[in-house]
Design a protein around this ligand. Structure first.
Ligand code: FAD
Length: 310
């Protein structure tokens, strides 16, 4: 039994574990893949005070920092079920795919999220070679170049507006026959002279030269004709999927499947806290996930000192 059990070993989970362990309370971490999305990232240039790092390097640093403390790290373990405590001060349990059950007085959920992919040929091959999912992270890499944004919802149009100020030209590609973003964003988009919008377009292929993206192919759904657009980068903005399917029915989730938290990181279940990309936090970034992880751990500690053992 742990005082704090952290589920997830990305930036949020690592920060949570360190903050909890520094309170001298027993702390465990269950992680499917320690490091999280950071492992899939190349250059990171917005982790404040570290001017440049690479994903695998930051993931190793996260793990080393956690291991400086008496934290029980259970790596390569998938949580499949959470049963919150049935009375104040009682124990929550987390079931693992291995069949084991771990109990804890408080739980911090930090299972992160994954980007929805287009699922077309070339997307995987050119990931981080022009295909990207994060305008905040990778926008500056395409300074002065031509890019596409796939998706005309709020995140796609926000990305297009953001990128238009950095890159030479943006082509927005939307499957539907209209953009779905808020009108105020669409108005802003229309005011920019280096943005084109292509509607009713199904992206069918990412093209490249072996090293880098060179363009994409789409089918015009009104004529069934295929067209190619020459590009240096493709920002895929068709949704971020929180890794919360296993929590359905135990803690309140938003319509997007994000764990609903308050500003202390508390969920709808007493003694269960959450942090990072799996939550309703407005922006999904490493520095933000780490701050949220620290908040959730401090809230878990506060809960422990105020709740008599049941
Ligand atoms: P994650 O990093 O997603 O970690 C989730 C953890 O939970 C992982 O350990 C995972 O294995 C584990 N997990 C999931 N489900 C379960 C389960 N059921 N049981 C047990 N464990 C589970 N942000 C930046 O600030 N700067 C960048 O330059 C940047 N570049 C990026 C590039 C790419 C390609 C990607 C994909 C993301 C990038 N991001 C960047 C975003 C950043 O990586 C995330 O915001 C951050 O990693 C979120 O941290 P997290 O701890 O909330 O979740």
């Amino acid at each position: 039994t742990f005082d704090v059990l952290v589920v997830g070993g990305g930036p949020a989970g690592a920060a949570s574990a360190i903050y909890a362990a520094r309170k001298g309370i027993s702390t465990g971490v269950v992680a499917e893949r320690f490091g999280g999305q950071v492992l899939d990232t190349m250059a990171i240039e917005n982790f404040i005070s570290v001017r440049h790092t690479e994903g695998p390097q930051l993931a190793t640093a996260l793990e080393q920092h956690v291991k400086d403390y008496a934290v029980d790290v259970m790596d390569l373990q998938v949580a499949t079920k959470l049963v919150p405590a049935d009375e104040p001060g009682g124990l929550a349990t987390v079931e693992l795919a291995s069949g084991a059950t771990v109990s804890a007085r408080t739980v911090v959920l930090s299972t992160g999220a994954r980007w929805r992919q287009m699922g077309v040929p070339g997307e995987e091959e050119y990931r981080n070679k022009g295909v990207t999912y994060c305008p905040h992270c990778d926008g500056p890499l395409f300074k002065g170049k031509r890019v596409a944004v796939i998706g005309g919802g709020n995140s796609g149009i926000e990305a297009a507006i953001d990128l238009a100020g950095v890159v030479a030209h943006v082509t927005v590609i939307e499957f539907d026959d209209k953009l779905r973003a808020d009108e105020v964003l669409q108005r802003k988009l229309r005011s920019l002279d280096n943005v084109d919008v292509i509607l009713s377009a199904l992206t069918t292929e990412v093209k490249g030269n072996g090293d880098q993206v060179t363009g994409l192919v789409y089918t015009d759904r009104t004529t069934d004709e295929s067209h190619e657009v020459a590009l240096d980068g493709i920002f895929v903005q068709i949704g971020l999927l929180p890794n919360t399917e296993w929590l359905d029915g135990t803690v309140e989730l938003s319509s997007r499947g994000e764990i609903v938290i308050d500003d202390r990181g508390a969920t709808s279940a007493p003694g269960v806290f959450a942090a990072g990309d799996c939550t309703t936090v407005p922006y999904k970034q490493i520095v933000i996930a780490m701050g949220a992880g620290a908040t959730a751990a401090l809230s878990a500690f506060d809960h422990l000192i105020r709740t008599p053992v049941g």
